[in-house]
Write a protein that binds this ligand. Structure first.
Ligand code: BGC
Length: 231
């Protein structure tokens, strides 16, 4: 096995996170986090990442999770960031600014790679600023599943109910109930073998979860980075 090191980046609506993974996907530097610059436009975000990079020593390549639809490194949507992201080639910008090969994927897709077992239908939801979703079949990703923006109830989307804004608007108790309701709905829709719940707010869940649902540590968002280099 090669001994390539990967700088794993997680761009979030609230925080930017980073650490270096060894060839087996184990972290070799401490995770660092800074607030996402506001306005969260492409240039300030890439510059903030470049500054964070100083704390992480040397590495060979970059994996980046981004909070929107990403195709071939090019951002298509960025609902929780600011400015002109759609059409921005983040992969190319990272390659140019960091001087290393870089791959970019949706943040929930990356998180999912860090959480799944690779058997049957596995669904991943991330509860953070937005609501991310990722679907895997026998370990193969169906990229860019965007459940967050689908109608959930009362004319509002899943993300509006159970993303950060929903948690603030409806309070902790109702937010928990809403997450429980969303899980029940998605269980019927996907008939998944297992559902993993990650993201910064997952640890705030106070719900009795069915046996095939588990909460994963938010750092899975970075650990999955290694999978982007599995060809
Ligand atoms: C975006 C998703 C993203 C999720 C979590 C949603 O608003 O549409 O692409 O995965 O937020 O960041």
């Amino acid at each position: 096995m090669s001994d390539q090191k990967t700088l794993a980046i997680d761009v979030g609506g609230t925080g930017l996170k980073m650490l270096v993974l060894d060839a087996t996907g184990e972290p070799v530097t401490e995770r660092t986090r800074v607030e996402t610059p506001r306005p969260a436009e492409p240039e300030p975000v890439v510059s903030a990442l470049l500054t964070m990079d100083d704390a992480h020593g040397d590495y060979d390549r970059i994996s980046c999770g981004f909070p929107g639809v990403v195709v071939d490194g090019v951002v298509q949507t960025a609902p929780n960031l600011d400015g002109h992201w759609p059409g921005f080639d983040l992969g190319a910008a990272l390659r140019e600014r960091f001087g290393k090969p870089a791959r970019v994927a949706n943040d929930a897709d990356v998180q999912g790679y860090g959480a799944i077992e690779g058997k049957g239908v596995e669904l991943v939801l991330t509860l953070g600023t937005g609501m991310g979703s990722a679907l895997f079949v026998d370990g193969r990703l169906v990229p860019n599943l965007e459940l967050g923006h689908h109608p959930f109830k009362d004319g509002k989307t899943y993300e509006e109910w159970i993303g950060k804004a929903g948690r603030e608007e409806y309070g902790k108790k109702r937010w928990n109930e809403n997450v429980g309701e969303a899980i029940a709905r998605l269980a019927h829709l996907f008939n998944y073998r297992h559902l993993y719940i990650g993201g910064g707010n997952a640890k705030k869940l106070k719900l009795e979860l069915p046996d095939n649902v588990s909460v994963v540590a938010n750092r899975a968002g970075l650990l999955g980075g290694i999978a982007l280099w599995r060809d």
